[in-house]
Design a protein around this ligand. Structure first.
Ligand code: IMP
Length: 182
């Protein structure tokens, strides 16, 4: 199936690539001479993470990688409102500089939940880096540290983002046609 049959391309892969290089440059400046633990939120942020981490120019021994998985959407396109941890981090972040990588912020419930959960583990610092910001839909306030793109209120898939686990492999960020919603 072509991207165009799935929906309109909102962000082309080349545009994603350029913005990710900019974000990585900024992160590399901000964390110069510091150790960094990157925590990727699975599964949606994994492609974003894979591209970003390789553009970071900090010494390789200074960048650790870990992951967390949460569920809030189930199989639909609307948040269930309850966030649960499906897979916890398995590294000690106490006293470390942590950067959380998330694919998209919509209502804000998921990111807020993860931030509060990780704060309890007493990192030295905790920032977030979100690829897509659907600002219109925010229900809870979350301070964003690094943002890739602000997007309109449309359900998007591709570049790691899914709808009921489908479409993640698409190279571009695509607004899913409503007739393809589950
Ligand atoms: P929030 O809790 O409403 O901010 O939603 C955040 C989570 O919902 C993200 O981690 C995504 O997994 C998922 N999500 C929100 N909007 C979209 C979308 O447009 N496409 C795919 N997943 C989305």
């Amino acid at each position: 199936m072509l991207e165009t049959n799935i929906g309109k391309i909102l962000i082309h892969e080349e545009v994603l690539r350029k913005r990710i290089i900019e974000l990585a440059k900024q992160i590399s400046v901000d964390y110069k001479d510091k150790d960094l633990v990157l925590i990727v939120v699975l599964e949606g942020a994994m492609i974003f993470f894979a591209d970003l981490v390789r553009e970071i120019t900090l010494p390789p021994q200074s960048v650790l990688v870990n992951s967390i998985a949460v569920s809030s959407y189930g199989m639909g396109t609307k948040t269930s409102g309850t966030v649960k941890i499906k897979k916890d981090i398995d590294t000690d972040i106490k006293g470390r500089n942590v950067l959380l990588l998330e694919d998209i912020i919509d209502t804000g419930l998921t990111l807020k939940f993860i931030i509060e959960y990780l704060k309890e583990k007493k990192p030295a610092s905790l920032r977030n880096c979100v690829l897509l910001n659907k600002a219109e839909r925010r229900e809870v306030e979350v301070d964003l540290d690094y943002v890739g793109f602000k997007i309109p209120n449309e359900f998007v898939v591709g570049y790691g983002l899914d709808c009921a686990e489908k479409y993640r492999r698409l190279r571009h960020v695509v607004a899913l046609k409503p007739e393809l919603y589950p």
